[in-house]
Design a protein around this ligand. Structure first.
Ligand code: GAR
Length: 194
């Protein structure tokens, strides 16, 4: 199974859905490490409760992005990680880090990419008046939220929706989409190295 790390910054509900999926027999990825850039992120306690090793690499402890990423990269290599999964990880990664993990770095984004890259996707989708919204899993490239899309899930935008109700509807689909997309990617990586 492909040794996988999940990077988080907060709540960690996607991380929890991936950990649950990876506990199923035959799942092609093994979650070996959860790393947060924010000390005390609620997701860390959730990971620990599930018996997953955790680490904190606090970006505020470093003078610049690259030194933060070098520390993060060192932690991942120390754990012999082969695949890095961003799940609510709210730091933009530099081209250096992205190149180092090319093809083995994946993200979930709460919109139907290429629509609504960046933040506040649910409020922006409502403001734009779209009928459908959703989430995308994509490979990470140096351009923010612009890498090749691996999988998407769509939800309707309903009358009376707020950013919160829409976010909750999308999040439910994220929890289904991400485990499925990670399985596809991990199987692909396992086949290529066999
Ligand atoms: C999720 O909705 C995820 O798609 C989004 O943050 C939330 C994290 O929730 N990610 C981004 O906006 C990335 N730019 P979680 O911590 O409960 O998984």
């Amino acid at each position: 199974r492909v040794s996988t790390a999940i990077l988080i910054s907060g709540r960690g509900s996607n991380m929890a859905s991936l950990v649950a999926a990876a506990a199923e027999p035959g799942y092609p990825a093994r979650i070996d490490l959860v790393v947060s850039n924010r000390p005390g992120a609620p997701g860390l306690a959730r990971a620990e409760a599930a018996g997953i090793a955790t680490a904190t690499v606090d970006h505020k402890a470093f003078p610049d992005r690259e030194s933060f990423e070098r520390a993060l990269d060192a932690r991942l290599r120390e754990a012999s990680i082969a695949l890095v999964v961003l799940a609510g990880f709210m730091r933009v990664l530099t081209p250096w880090f992205v190149a180092r993990w090319e093809g083995r770095l994946v993200n979930i984004h709460p919109s139907l990419l290429p629509a609504f890259r960046g933040t506040d996707t649910h409020a922006r989708a409502l403001a734009a008046g779209v009928a459908e919204h959703g989430c995308s899993v994509h490979l990470v490239t140096a351009d923010l939220d612009a890498g090749p899309v691996i999988a998407q899930e769509t939800v309707p935008v309903l009358p009376g929706d707020t950013a919160e109700t829409l976010a909750a509807r999308v999040l439910e689909r994220e929890h289904v989409l991400y485990p499925r997309a990670l399985a596809t990617l991990a199987s692909h990586i396992a086949r290529n190295r066999a």
